[in-house]
Design a protein around this ligand. Structure first.
Ligand code: SF4
Length: 696
């Protein structure tokens, strides 16, 4: 036998929302290498992160014992060396750490339950997300629980729920095989959803027309029939102009609109003012191209629209999504093969964590916390007293309330707000003010620097459960290796903490959590733990033999009368405009090799070797004008703060823009970003800050 491993385990890649299935080859108790296997989202393919980014799980920085902040630790700040924790923390037994955590949580609760809030994680499983929201709702009787969807697709979900009745995608990305036109807007799948991008490339190779819309000339432009490099923040003006053409030239699908939608007359009337000529100076796209794109999409037999953070992370993110929904509806492009709306999900389980109710306004399956009957249903299953009927606070609102001293304690599982929140110096100051911060994670993240109690948790390849990808596909994850030292699976930690604060939890196996979720989540109908042993199942699944529906809403929408809605959107300028002091525009995002705040990928050898240094990208002409050589350090300053970072030349960046990845603590992009939020999705405007660039 030539096998070079001791065992192999099937699981799902821990990084992006594509949800590639993997086989983990384990030797001597460690993952040696990873191979892509035949899951519906990847058909054996993996990107560089999935293939080479796994070894962070064996990094010496892994937390292996519970830690308690020393009485004589320096003042809270971003000041702990992750290789030497003794200066700030002492090791404790699980017994001592859990006892302290529970005692202090109960003391805060006794004073006022709203003293405590929670951030769960899109990096954890569905079961862990479900338990986390239940912990706050049952344990503290309110809804102040959220996770990184707030920084991601919250505005897309707000628009989708409002207008089509469901926040999930209406078609899987694999449906491009049945499309003849595809729009990708505000997304950079070659770097952020690389395996999904392979399907998009195949689509163009067989003659499909790809329309790319983005203020950055992202990689997919090489495959595009039309590239619209529009002005940052000008999404609504461009999309309304395209829809204006569809209305003026009567290219819309009257029968579909009549049968399946409402509010068309108002939408049509509203769009009349957004002519291509009027909008071209705002969005920077010529009227001819706007007309061409309108005709191409409207005349498609089947058109699919994909979008990413470029659409969602604006103070008008919900309006941006409303436009995309209207465009799909007016052209009849929902509910049939090759057509639909697909916000590409970022984190591996942001879809599942949101479905599981890890959001302040919704219980599992987006059931409103304000509905008495719905809360009664959950209280019945939980054998619990009622909790608040008020929508809870969102991520940035919780941070603001912590800063104001109204929230005194937080339980943070696998999130890193000290890196990921906008205007992050404000978020760090808020975390430093908390009386009690319990952090459950696999590394001493920037957030854990501020913790009072640290609970060592498990990486995805060490745990059992389910995750749901961008396609609504539910898949099993399985432990290939055991967590290091005394680290534990996240769900087990939450269960023990719940028991210690007096909750009636008696789960002994994660499958019991899944079984409880099924009692209140219709989306899991016909999806059983047993089926998931061998199958990936797309929800909704209509029978115990149905692998699930790749396309939904062919026979109506989950709204009153079964109709979707047009919600007109107007042009709203970004929160802050460039001026003499801050003349350029900053946008942030990910790059291929690094994942979000970098806590995992910067500890993965290959990925860190490829991208070891904080960098930002500017147009070569801009660099030349400023006398900056690529590779030189520059200073970036906004109204919130300043960072020093290495400059790179990238022709894809507009001449008045800077692109900054947010993975690097030594030049944290979010020191610069604006915390102004979209009023509906409550998502911050990460994609537009006025900025000054200086040669050092
Ligand atoms: Fe992992 Fe996403 Fe890459 Fe697939 S595309 S291997 S899920 S990071």
């Amino acid at each position: 036998d030539s096998k070079d491993y001791d065992s192999e385990t099937e699981s799902v890649c821990p990084f992006c929302g594509v949800g590639c299935k993997v086989s983990l080859k384990v030797k001597d108790g460690k993952v040696k290498y990873v191979e892509g296997i035949n899951g519906p989202a990847n058909e054996g393919r993996l990107c560089v992160k999935g293939r080479f980014g796994f070894d962070y799980i064996h990094h010496p920085h892994r937390l292996t014992k519970p830690l308690i902040r020393r009485d004589d630790a320096p003042a809270k700040g971003l000041n702990v060396d992750p290789g030497n924790l003794d200066t700030h923390f002492r090791e404790a037994t699980w017994e001592e750490a859990m006892d302290l955590a529970a005692t202090r949580l109960m003391a805060l609760r006794e004073d006022d339950p709203r003293n405590v809030a929670g951030f769960g994680s899109a990096k954890c499983t569905n079961e862990e997300a479900y338990l986390f929201q239940k912990f706050i709702r049952q344990g503290f009787k309110h809804n102040n629980v959220d996770h990184c969807t707030r920084l991601c697709h919250a505005s897309s979900v707000a628009a989708l729920i409002e207008n089509v009745g469901s926040g999930a995608v209406t078609a899987t990305f694999n449906e491009v095989e049945n499309s003849d036109v595809v729009i990708i807007i505000g997304a950079n799948p070659i770097e952020n959803h690389p395996v999904a991008a392979t399907y998009f490339k195949q689509f163009t190779k067989r003659g499909g027309k790809l329309i790319v819309m983005d203020p950055r000339g992202v990689g997919m432009r090489k495959f595009a029939t039309e590239m619209l490099q529009f002005r940052p923040g000008a999404d609504v003006s461009m999309l309304n102009a395209i829809m204006n053409v569809i209305v003026e030239e009567e290219l819309y699908d009257s029968q579909y609109i009549h049968t399946w939608t409402e509010n068309w007359a108002a939408e049509k009337e509203h769009l009349s003012q957004f002519t291509p000529e009027a909008m071209a100076p705002i969005c920077g796209i010529e009227p001819d191209q706007l007309r061409r794109v309108a005709r191409t999409f409207a005349q498609a037999k089947a058109g699919l629209i994909f979008w990413g953070m470029g659409v969602s992370q604006h103070i008008h993110g919900t309006d941006n999504s409303r436009c995309l929904i209207s465009l799909a509806l007016m052209t009849g492009n929902v509910g049939k093969p090759g057509a639909g709306l697909h916000p590409l999900r970022g984190q591996n389980n942001v879809q599942g964590a949101s479905d599981a109710g890890l959001i302040p306004m919704f219980l599992p399956d987006y059931q409103s916390v304000m509905d008495d009957d719905i809360r009664a249903k959950f209280n019945n299953v939980w054998n619990s007293e009622d909790f608040s009927n008020e929508k809870g606070l969102t991520v940035t609102e919780i941070i603001d309330q912590a800063y104001a001293g109204n929230i005194k304690g937080m339980y943070i599982q696998g999130e890193n707000p000290a890196m990921s929140d906008p205007d992050v110096n404000h978020a760090r100051a808020a975390l430093a003010k908390l009386d009690l911060m319990i952090v459950q994670d696999i590394f001493l993240t920037e957030t854990a620097n501020y913790a009072d109690i640290i609970l060592p948790a498990s990486a995805l390849y060490e745990k059992n459960g389910t995750v749901s990808n961008t396609n609504r596909q539910v898949q099993r994850v399985r432990p290939a290796v055991t967590p290091p030292g005394e680290a534990r699976e996240d769900w087990k930690i939450t269960v023990e903490l719940a028991q210690r604060i007096g909750l009636n939890w008696d789960y002994t196996d994660v499958s019991q959590v899944f079984a409880e979720m099924k009692l209140t989540m219709a989306s899991l109908d016909n999806i059983t733990w047993e089926r998931l042993e061998t199958e990936t199942i797309t929800y909704p699944s209509l029978s115990e033999t149905d692998p699930g529906q790749a396309i939904v809403f062919g026979d109506g929408f989950p709204r009153a009368d079964g109709r979707a809605r047009f919600t007109p959107a107007s042009v709203i300028p970004p929160d802050e405009a460039p001026d003499d002091e801050y003349p350029m525009i900053a946008t942030t995002g990910r790059q291929l090799e690094h994942w979000h705040t970098g806590s995992m990928t910067r500890r993965a050898k290959v990925l860190d070797a490829v991208e070891p240094e904080a960098n930002c990208s500017l147009n070569p002409r801009t660099l030349k004008l400023m006398g900056i050589e690529p590779g030189e350090m520059i200073r970036l300053t906004t109204r919130r703060g300043s960072i020093e970072i290495m400059a790179r030349a990238d022709r894809a960046i507009a001449e008045d823009m800077v692109f900054i990845p947010f993975a690097y603590v030594e030049a944290a992009a979010n020191i610069l970003t604006n915390s102004a939020i979209d009023p509906f999705g409550k998502i911050p405007e990460f994609k537009f800050s006025a900025i000054r660039v200086e040669k050092i």
